[in-house]
Design a protein around this ligand. Structure first.
Ligand code: NCD
Length: 306
């Protein structure tokens, strides 16, 4: 049995296999439509979600399985004071696999230690979000055709944005990847990532606070919202929330083949006028999230179709 807490829990080879499976599913979804018949996915979400929870559920339903779960801490026994370890012990006898999101960093890891079924971290506080990273990797693979030789801009809340942390960790394993980290000084990436991942791997990166001056020279621009729920005070959020707004004028400065990704939800950081630009791929990206989660569920349950 295997849990997924971090995108790095999968080796580059396993990641390739997962991406290949997701692509085979895209090409022939019918072939996979019954392969998880009789299996149940539990979605235990202690924090709000639209895409992650529903794409997990859609993924399991597309595979012919069933879903159960809760979508907020308030509607689970967490509201009565139950620990995640007790909850997962019980869920282990109700379901075959569990996706868990929690506002506390490490909570899904604690759950995995007490679980008899595979646990997937569906986002733990400001720490990690491995299945968003798998979604991002599938998007990059399909639309860009490579992971090597990429210059990737990350823009917005790089301090609290768990999708950024997970994707940086995953991308440093490829050749000649360079990062441009665009954020207000207060929202720069955490030190553990700068030292432990970027410096430790001799990765080329720059930290800037202005998007216009760097947007012209990137293969990918990964936009993120400012993570209001992780701020200690509302004034700081209000001051920082509109630090970057990607609009048509900024897109005019970018290369013709630069793709714009965003894990969504978008707040103000991408003007809706950008949605029509063929380089804006964030809605497609959300769609790919279903296929990669189908591939992940199959893999963790040991189900083979081909
Ligand atoms: C992200 C998350 O929850 O971290 N959303 C998602 O899962 N697609 C990004 C965000 O909330 O800003």
């Amino acid at each position: 049995m295997r849990h997924i807490m971090d995108a790095l829990d999968l080796s580059p080879e396993e990641l390739d296999d997962l991406i290949c499976l997701a692509k085979r599913i895209i090409d022939n979804p019918e072939k996979y439509s019954e392969c998880c018949k009789g299996k149940k996915l539990a979605t235990c979400f202690y924090e709000p979600s639209t895409r992650t929870r529903l794409s997990f559920e859609a993924a399991m339903l597309n595979l012919g399985g069933s879903v159960l779960g809760f979508s907020s801490a308030d509607s689970s026994s967490a509201a009565k004071g139950e620990s995640v370890s007790d909850t997962i012990r019980v869920i282990s006898s109700y379901a075959d696999i569990c996706a868990m999101r929690h506002p506390k960093e490490g909570a899904p890891l604690v759950a995995s230690m007490h679980s008899r079924i595979p646990v997937i971290n569906a986002g733990d506080g400001g720490h990690n979000h491995p299945t968003q990273t798998l979604t991002d990797l599938l998007t990059i693979n399909i639309l860009k055709g490579r992971f090597d030789n990429l210059k990737i801009g990350f823009c917005g809340d790089l301090k609290f944005g768990r999708t950024v942390h997970s994707l940086i960790n995953a991308m440093v394993r490829y050749e000649n990847v360079e990062f441009v980290l665009i954020s207000p000084p207060e929202l720069r990436i955490p030190d553990y990532l700068r030292k432990g991942t970027l410096d430790a791997n001799n990765i080329k990166y720059t930290e800037v606070s202005d998007l216009d001056s760097v947007i012209g020279d990137m293969d990918l621009l990964y936009m993120t919202r400012v993570q209001r729920e992780r701020f200690f005070n509302e004034e700081d959020y209000i001051r920082l929330k509109d630090s970057f707004i990607l609009d048509a004028a900024k897109m005019a400065l970018a290369r013709e083949d630069m793709l714009v990704l965003h894990p969504l939800p978008r707040v103000n950081e991408i003007s809706t006028e950008v949605d029509e630009d063929p380089r804006a791929v964030y809605f497609k990206q959300a769609q790919y999230g279903v296929y990669i989660r189908m591939a992940l569920i199959m893999t963790l349950l040991g189900i083979k179709v081909d």
